[in-house]
Design a protein around this ligand. Structure first.
Ligand SMILES: [Zn+2]
Length: 240
């Protein structure tokens, strides 16, 4: 029997995982026996914050100094002890964009879910920073980003359908596009006016597709706005 982990609140203030878990328990009990649920950043969730010391999803494989670096070790230990077939790392974003999947590459470990999901935007994170995230550490994991505005029961049910198809190894024969990310959009290389005109997944006049850019990105304390994809290609169903 397939074992699936819903990992919620890898960022403490994001509740897609918790909501999906409750939706499945309440409305899709036939799926419950396949599903486990775990909170990623426990302390940040309690505090209602994104993180306490360091971003948990940038804390894998980089020592044990911060709370999140230690927490990432425990999460990986739990996942490997339980040998999950699939880990869904569930995020909520303030970015205005359709739901998307994030993976470090398309490979036999994640293709059964990529075939099954309704989500038609796949971000292939082809940059080194992925090695400090969960998806870069456990091959059978994928990240899902859903905008806060779209976090409604209909969407939760579509994700439950994805899990159902994954369990049955069925394909959702939709057209999906892969956006291959090769760089950050650095704030010091783009003006605030240009940044305001970027639309996620739409080719901009600078010749790239922005992804995961939010309206508040310019004001955040990072030095990048989001990510750049130059290559895009159609997703091809991988035979299971
Ligand atoms: Zn997140």
């Amino acid at each position: 029997m397939k074992k699936i982990l819903l990992l919620g609140s890898q960022h403490g203030n994001e509740l897609l995982g918790e909501k999906l878990y409750h939706h499945i328990k309440t409305n899709r009990p036939e799926l419950s026996k396949y599903i486990s649920y775990k909170i990623g950043n426990l302390r940040a969730k309690k505090a209602g914050l994104r993180y306490i010391e360091t971003d948990l999803n940038r804390s894998y494989n980089c020592g044990q100094k911060t709370y999140e670096q230690r927490r990432s070790k425990r999460i990986i230990q739990y996942i490997t002890d339980n040998q999950f077939d699939l880990v869904l790392d569930l995020h909520t974003t303030t970015c205005d964009q359709t739901p998307c999947i994030i993976i470090p590459s398309i490979n036999p470990d994640n293709s059964t879910f990529l075939n099954a999901t309704f989500i038609d935007k796949i971000i292939h994170m082809d940059i080194d920073v992925v090695n400090q995230s969960l998806i870069g550490t456990y091959p059978k994991s994928v990240s899902i980003e859903v905008s806060k505005k779209q976090l409604k029961p209909g969407l939760l049910d579509k994700l439950a359908d994805d899990i159902d198809r994954y369990i049955k190894a069925e394909n959702n024969n939709r057209l999906a596009i892969v956006y291959q990310v090769h760089d950050f959009i650095h704030k010091d290389k783009i003006s605030e006016e240009l940044a305001a005109k970027l639309n996620n997944f739409e080719l901009c006049n600078q010749g790239f597709y922005p992804v995961l850019v939010g309206e508040k990105s310019y004001k955040k304390q990072t030095n990048y706005l989001g990510f750049k994809a130059i290559n895009t290609y159609d997703y091809k169903i991988v035979k299971n």
